[in-house]
Design a protein around this ligand. Structure first.
Ligand code: NAD
Length: 507
């Protein structure tokens, strides 16, 4: 790990960067503790307001140059970044695992997402297409073109500490924008590592200082970005509470926001499901990343005829789960991010019991050897009702609610009856059921899957959700358009001045 970090371990690290340079002025630090063993792994200097302003000014100046670089050339620079991440995949994956607590395999998967979006963005750099239209006026030509928006502020969450930055930054860069990243205060070190990994590429290609910027800090630093009219687009990933604040702040100044917020994702298990497919998808969806994915399966809407079998099979599957050090390859479930998250889990468990819920798989917190950080909890499964407040909210922990249904209409209504709208799935081998779930009267989520679980999206598709999930779309498909402004152009190559809509104006 040492070779990718900007300064030796256990020394305070500067948390502000405009690309090739790192610096700090203030004395405030952010402490990064590994949830795996509770150790302090880094102190990162938080950016001061003066640091932040210098970053924005440098980014503004960089934008004036970067937007003039041909898009395929920008794509080639992103391609070289992808090569760097290939080189450091294992080191960075391990650091993600250690700082955030997800399994090493998932840490590697997260770095693979960076590599994948780099590849995608390279292709995109040659496909920033606009349309041409036929003008209603003779000797006129109409078309639309896309220009970069300017500075893109990226506020990211702890649970995907590096991938979410790359989904935004790689696309923004090929579009001609410059980026200022404000990572989660819970995972500041992985952000420094990413900035370090791309340094040689920035330097070797004479990329202007300010194209890739990093500011470190908590909510205040995020608020600077949200309120700053110099920041054209704010892409914010995190809780719905945060998104509501950012959305209002950005809208107040008529800026553009891309919000990727909380989910409350359900799988419908029909009586026509292949349970051998469904059970592994449910268990991975519910306990992967210790239930700390935005796409984690939180609700299981089960045909009532299947309830006894589902109870048995889930109990058997959960009994095999190994909880512990995420860097141990035999472990399935690592720690929660911190003790606050454990308190959130315990509160949800208490609320379930108070509402009258019963547990198919019992909850608990783990103590003793190997669990000294105090962040390890047992994945649990409860029988619950969809309208209970505890079920309606997103608890970022491995708690799965089992909810019975009798008709598919009822199941779809239950699936949609939560404030969030990120990911959803149905397990069925019945074509009519699958199509009803995907139809206009089906799932209301941004992601709707058939015979695969709710988590594990591929970067080729647009990623995001509806309702309180925020409505943003990132990553693949035409998500790039969010990072650009559209301009409609009409050119008169004739010798007369006909007005639109047949209007005459005699002089
Ligand atoms: P969080 O909301 O606590 O913090 C996310 C980021 O927002 C951090 O960088 C934080 O410093 C910043 N922030 C907090 N309040 C802010 C404010 N008022 N103004 C500006 N910035 C502010 O979220 P978290 O605990 O880090 O992450 C978990 C949440 O993120 C979950 O709700 C999860 O579902 C969501 N998430 C969503 C997606 C998605 O794509 N939909 C992806 C990952 C995580």
């Amino acid at each position: 790990m040492e070779n990718i970090l900007p300064v030796p371990q256990h020394k305070n690290k500067p948390g502000t960067s405009t690309g090739q340079q790192f610096w700090h002025h203030g004395d405030k630090t952010i402490d990064s503790y590994s949830p795996t063993d509770g150790s302090l792994i880094a102190r990162v200097y938080a950016s001061t307001r003066a640091d932040y302003d210098r970053v924005v000014e440098t980014a503004q100046a960089a934008f004036a140059q970067w937007r003039l670089v041909p898009a395929p050339k920008r794509g080639d620079i992103v391609r070289q970044m992808g090569d760097q991440f290939r080189l450091y995949k294992s080191d960075l994956g391990k650091l993600v695992s250690f700082e955030m607590g997800k399994s090493f395999q998932e840490g590697l998967g997260e770095v693979q997402e960076i590599i994948d979006i780099c590849d995608f963005a390279v292709g995109q750099s040659r496909q920033l297409y606009g349309l041409t239209m036929h003008s209603e006026r003779p000797a006129h030509r109409m078309y639309e073109q896309y220009h970069p928006v300017g500075i893109v502020g990226i506020i990211s969450a702890f649970n995907f500490p590096v991938a979410v930055w790359s989904w935004n930054a790689m696309l923004a860069w090929v579009c001609g924008d410059v980026c200022i990243w404000k990572p989660s205060e819970k995972t500041p070190l992985t952000a420094l590592a990413c900035q370090q990994i791309i340094q040689d590429v920035l330097r070797n290609n004479d990329v202007p200082e300010g194209v890739s910027c990093l500011v470190s800090g908590g909510r205040d630093t995020g608020e600077w970005l949200a309120r700053d009219p110099r920041v054209a687009l704010v892409s914010a990933t995190g809780s719905t509470r945060m998104g509501k604040a950012v959305g209002v702040a950005v809208a107040e100044r008529m800026g553009r926001s891309l919000l990727e917020l909380g989910g409350n994702n359900a799988i419908i298990v029909s009586n026509n499901a292949d349970l051998d497919l469904a059970i592994p998808a449910i268990v991975f969806g519910a306990v992967g990343t210790a239930g700390q994915r935005c796409t984690t399966t939180r609700r299981l809407i089960v045909h009532q005829s299947l309830l006894p079998e589902i109870r048995n099979r889930l109990a058997r599957a959960y009994a095999q789960l190994r909880i512990g050090d995420p860097l141990d390859p035999t472990v399935h479930v690592g720690p929660l991010i911190d003790k606050d998250a454990v308190a959130g889990y315990q509160k949800a468990v208490a609320d379930i019991r108070e509402a009258g819920g019963t547990f198919i798989v019992e909850p608990g917190t783990l103590t003793g050897a190997g669990y000294e950080s105090g962040c390890y909890v047992k994945p649990c499964v409860a029988e619950a009702q969809n309208h209970w407040p505890v079920v309606q909210r997103e608890t970022f922990a491995p708690i799965l609610y089992v909810i019975p249904y009798t008709t598919l209409d009822e199941a779809i209504t239950l699936q949609n009856s939560v404030p969030q709208g990120l990911s959803s799935a149905i397990f069925t081998l019945n074509l009519r059921e699958a199509e009803q779930f995907l139809s206009v009267a089906g799932s209301d989520c941004g992601i709707a899957n058939v015979n695969i679980g709710t988590s594990g999206a591929e970067i080729g598709g647009a990623f995001g959700g509806e309702k309180e999930t925020g409505g943003g779309r990132e990553s693949g498909s035409d998500a790039w358009k969010t990072y650009m402004r559209r301009q409609t152009n009409t050119i008169n190559y004739g010798a007369t001045m006909p007005l639109a809509q047949g209007i005459t104006f005699e002089l």
